[in-house]
Ligand binder design. Structure first.
Ligand SMILES: Nc1nc2c(ncn2[C@@H]2O[C@H](COP(=O)(O)OP(=O)(O)OP(=O)(O)O)[C@@H](O)[C@H]2O)c(=O)[nH]1
Ligand SMILES: [Mg+2]
Length: 378
């Protein structure tokens, strides 16, 4: 993959902007006048837990995106992406996922249900949402001859949030107390998080109501100082390679192709959002929008083709689908069925789904397909 010369732009440890904890303390000390002013600052401000400090080395990263944009599939694929080293950092960093919480483990268990179905997921229940946590360890690889040199290590505990895209539809949320509860949890996560991972399907248009609520949220992030980075994951990237057959990986796994594809998506299908993304990117030098192409399905190992079968109007499943218990191929449209383990460990290579998290951890995007927002249109 092509290289970008500028790394560590993302890291803002020397930032002069106060964090939520110190901000709250200052506000309390300054009395009601400043508190009033603070209220005007952003719609998430009042939800922020007062004085709450984030433990060092941890990140709160809320995953949002429209219905069926691949949020859950992205989270499901992280471990496999690390294990298969199908990410951009393999040559330089040893990357591992450690400690996980119960909700992350539950997510992993869903693989047992969904992998035999070729990673076709049911639509999320509006009334369920959860906060998977995991620790990402990133250690620079030792190379021969560099004994004695300092090697960088990073360890970040991620707290993420995953809920249904329909939580972005106000009318639906208003209709049921369980939905409202989930939406309140989402609001709370957004108020406390530093990074938002926004999933947008690269080849599809999104529902108008959800798009307009996303715009509202983006306006809130612009006003508030809490969200420092917005990483836009352009999901289902491999679908752009269907027409290339076995050349799909070769055509798409480079910076120029990624930049073109993201620009095309923003200019034609996600037109409603690009203005808001740009405003957030330009709002302060300390904040930024980053664009990362990802695919939970990925490309077929040793073949290069997109690992996707499309059937019906927009239904997708893995092309290399495992046989079900009776030895039959599960979903329509899939390639011939494979033994479960062969499909899982030989053919399934999610594409770069862990990259956004390694980037958030290290601030390093050399050799990746991640672009700063303004590079997309440069
Ligand atoms: N081609 C392709 N399809 C994908 C990919 N990831 C997800 N999908 C498809 O999109 C569907 C929805 O994916 P989910 O991960 O459930 O999407 P979501 O954003 O979590 O959806 P909600 O929770 O209902 O809002 C899946 O059933 C797949 O068919 C991908 O990387 N490539
Ligand atoms: Mg989901």
């Amino acid at each position: 993959m092509a290289t970008s010369d500028d790394d560590s732009e993302f890291h803002d440890e020397d930032s002069t902007e106060p964090d939520a904890g110190s901000e709250a303390a200052r506000r309390d000390a300054a009395g009601p006048g400043l508190q009033e002013a603070a209220k005007k600052r952003g719609r998430f401000f009042s939800l922020r837990k007062r004085g709450e400090e984030q433990p060092p080395g941890s990140k709160r990263c809320t995953v949002i995106g429209p219905t069926r944009s691949g949020k859950t599939a992205l989270m499901l694929s992280l471990r496999r992406c690390v294990d298969a080293r199908s990410h951009s950092y393999g040559a330089r960093y040893v990357t591992t996922i450690g400690h996980t919480n119960e909700e992350y483990d539950r997510l992993q268990q869903w693989l047992d249900t969904y992998f035999p179905r070729g990673l076709r997921l049911d639509a999320s229940d509006l009334g369920t949402c959860f906060v998977p946590e995991f620790t990402l360890r990133v250690r620079q690889r030792h190379r021969r001859g560099d004994a004695g040199l300092l090697h960088s290590r990073h360890k970040t505990r991620f707290r993420t949030f995953d809920g249904a895209g329909e939580l972005l539809e106000k009318a639906k949320v208003a209709a049921d107390p369980r939905f409202r509860e989930c939406r309140e949890r989402l609001n709370q996560e957004l108020a406390d998080c530093d990074t938002v991972l926004l999933c947008l399907p690269i080849g599809l248009r999104i529902n108008r109501d959800q798009e307009s609520e996303l715009k509202n949220l983006l306006e809130g992030f612009i006003d508030s100082r809490q969200v420092r980075s917005l990483v836009v994951c352009f999901t289902m990237y491999e679908t752009l390679g269907i027409e290339y057959g076995r050349l799909a990986y070769r055509e798409l796994a480079n910076r120029l192709a990624a930049r073109r594809a993201i620009r095309e998506a923003l200019e034609h299908r996600l037109l409603g959002l690009d203005n808001h993304l740009e405003q957030f990117h330009l709002a302060s030098g300390k904040r930024g929008v980053w664009c990362a192409p990802v695919s939970a399905y990925g490309f077929i190992a040793r073949n290069g083709g997109a690992n996707v079968a499309v059937f019906g109007k927009t239904e997708h499943c893995l092309r290399t689908t495992p046989a079900d218990k009776d030895g039959k191929a599960a979903p329509t449209g899939a390639h011939s069925p494979y033994e479960h383990d062969v499909a899982l460990t030989d053919w399934w290579r999610p594409f770069l789904t862990i990259d956004p998290f390694v980037f958030i951890t290290t601030g390093d995007r050399r050799g990746t397909l991640i672009h700063a927002y303004d590079e997309i249109f440069a």
